[in-house]
Design a protein around this ligand. Sequence first.
Ligand SMILES: *Cc1c(COP(=O)(O)O)cnc(C)c1O
Length: 362
Amino acid sequence: MTRTPVPRSGIDRIAPYRGGESRLEGRSDALKLSSNENPLGTPEAAKAAWLEVAGELHRYPSDDHAGLRHAIAEVHGLNPDLVICGAGSDEVISFLCQAYGGEGTEVIHTEHGFSMYRISAMASGAAPVEVPEVERQVAVDCILDGVTDRTRLVFVANPANPTGTMIDASEVSRLAEALPSHVLLVLDGAYAEYVEGFDGGRALVEARENVVMTRTFSKIYGLGGLRVGWGYGPAHVISNLNRVRGPFNLSTVQLSVAEAAVRDRNWVRRCFKENAACREWLSRSLAELGVLSDPSSANFILARFRDEEEANACDAVFREAGILVRKVRGYKLPDCLRITVGSESDCRRVVESARRFREAQK
Ligand SMILES: *Cc1c(COP(=O)(O)O)cnc(C)c1O
């Protein structure tokens, strides 16, 4: 009998992450509202930075990301020594699991939580532990009930994906306070820029030794294809994450383009405003058609239907109209569709299709 190499236990149980669909058979004009991308595209300053580095590509990139870390720190009023950058916040999540997870440990995520938490935990050898939410909202007491001596990490996205809901700063503080001191709380702020005056958990990071915040360039900065994210945490945590980080994990292109983008504060303001106005109109117009959603704090809404069958039927009408949204059965929300807030005309296309769906039901 031939034997093949065998991976560490648990690797074969990982269900690989699948990105939102981007193509519709037979259509070249599909409207992609399945990955929470920025409908305004990428800021011009970022594109210019991309062209500028073309002459530098024979050089290895910075191994300490000093330029980008200082830009992030300046813009957000942070200590640059406590910032770590990765290939998307996905990579920072993976550093956290590699450094603090591993065999014999448990990593907590919530019922409808982002699937990379589970995947990265399992890749490290840790056991993912799912705890309930209450009405599609993260519930601090359910998280605390799930903590054991083996727990090392707790992942909470605030605002959350795919629900779009948010919990109060007071609840987040209560969680950080109540967790045993051996547990690291990770606050995923991928959508923090879509919330007026929200620091993503920065104050809590600075006040405590057991809280880390992650952020991304993939959403409001319109750079999902670039792959840059960052984390901010206590010195002891950042030092450990840098031990597992490869020295050249970000290319010269990634570093320069992200630096130009983070300095473009007008872009962020403009995208914030557009998103807030379009989201409000989209959720209200869908509600008038009987398609409800929880108040969203992000750049998408989670549209709720009577059941899975109705959600799938509406999805079929969207696809007929060339619109791609995200089915979220894998997030235990089979009766819902996650719809990215597009431009004003994108939102009109969505509402028109939803209206046709309702009319066809009569
Ligand atoms: C989109 C998203 C991210 C960002 O991932 P990147 O790797 O930075 O592109 C992180 N967390 C959540 C909850 C997200 O929805």
